[in-house]
Design a protein around this ligand. Structure first.
Ligand SMILES: CC(C)(COP(=O)(O)OP(=O)(O)OC[C@H]1O[C@@H](n2cnc3c(N)ncnc32)[C@H](O)[C@@H]1OP(=O)(O)O)[C@@H](O)C(=O)NCCC(=O)NCCS
Length: 204
């Protein structure tokens, strides 16, 4: 990883001064495929605050000097919203066994030098430190193959995630709503999960 980039695991009130920068990062990065998210600063600032208020949550922040250039979030699934917990509960899985990784956002200029790998390592280390969860998990949006805004050179992150030790659960689905770029109103999106054991247990 480039020497000048500092990766810090930040929790609780220490996140307060970073709220505007983290909100801006999410908006900037999630405008791109496959998220196409037409972000709202007010909503984003409130969203980032959920990580500030959860005692076991953390935001892993990549700093270039004083500037936050990337961030990655995590919190116990038990503290996530009902829509994210729902597919686990439907299978009778105890949500307390899962640590949920929210998202990784990194400005384009900083990609491809190991920061995304460091985000996974730091989140898994945090989950092990603050919980006895058996699994880490995250979800990713599924877009139709013929979506008109899919770039010709779009590269899925599936192999990157597999190399981090994650297994796809395409039938484990949650729904989220947001407004896509160019749309007038929010629409429901389908996201599928990926999972990795944090302890010696087999995958569920
Ligand atoms: C996903 C994302 C955070 C990945 O970040 P990244 O820093 O580019 O990823 P990395 O550089 O850590 O890893 C990319 C590859 O570079 C490799 N790499 C690691 N260290 C490296 C180094 N020092 N130099 C060059 N490459 C390196 C990694 O091993 C990885 O390859 P692998 O999968 O074959 O192992 C970034 O692409 C992003 O913000 N994307 C947009 C938002 C998004 O889609 N987020 C994910 C869902 S929320």
């Amino acid at each position: 990883m480039a020497e000048e980039i500092r990766i810090e695991t930040i929790t609780g009130a220490a996140l307060e001064p970073l709220v505007p920068a983290l909100a801006q990062l999410r908006i900037a990065v999630f405008r791109d495929w496959p998220y196409l998210y037409d972000g709202d600063v007010g909503y984003e600032a409130r969203y980032v605050r959920t990580y500030l208020e959860s005692p076991s949550a953390a935001v892993i922040v990549a700093f270039d000097g004083a500037n936050a250039v990337g961030a990655s979030t995590c919190l116990p699934l038990a503290e996530e919203t009902g829509n994210v917990q729902a597919p686990f509960q439907e299978r009778g899985w105890d949500v307390r066994r899962f640590f949920y990784f929210g998202e990784s956002v990194l400005l384009r200029a900083y990609r491809g030098r190991g920061i995304g790998v460091a985000f996974f390592d730091a989140r898994e280390a945090h989950a092990r430190r603050v919980s006895d969860c058996d699994y880490s998990c995250f979800c990713a949006v599924v877009r139709p193959p013929d979506h008109p805004l899919r770039p010709a050179d779009a590269k899925p992150l599936d192999s990157f995630w597999r190399r981090r030790g994650y297994t796809a659960y395409p039938a484990l689905i949650c729904h989220m709503t947001w407004k896509d770029l160019g749309e007038q109103q929010e629409t429901e999106k389908r996201l599928t999960f990926w999972m990795k054991p944090l302890t010696g247990v087999p995958l569920p």
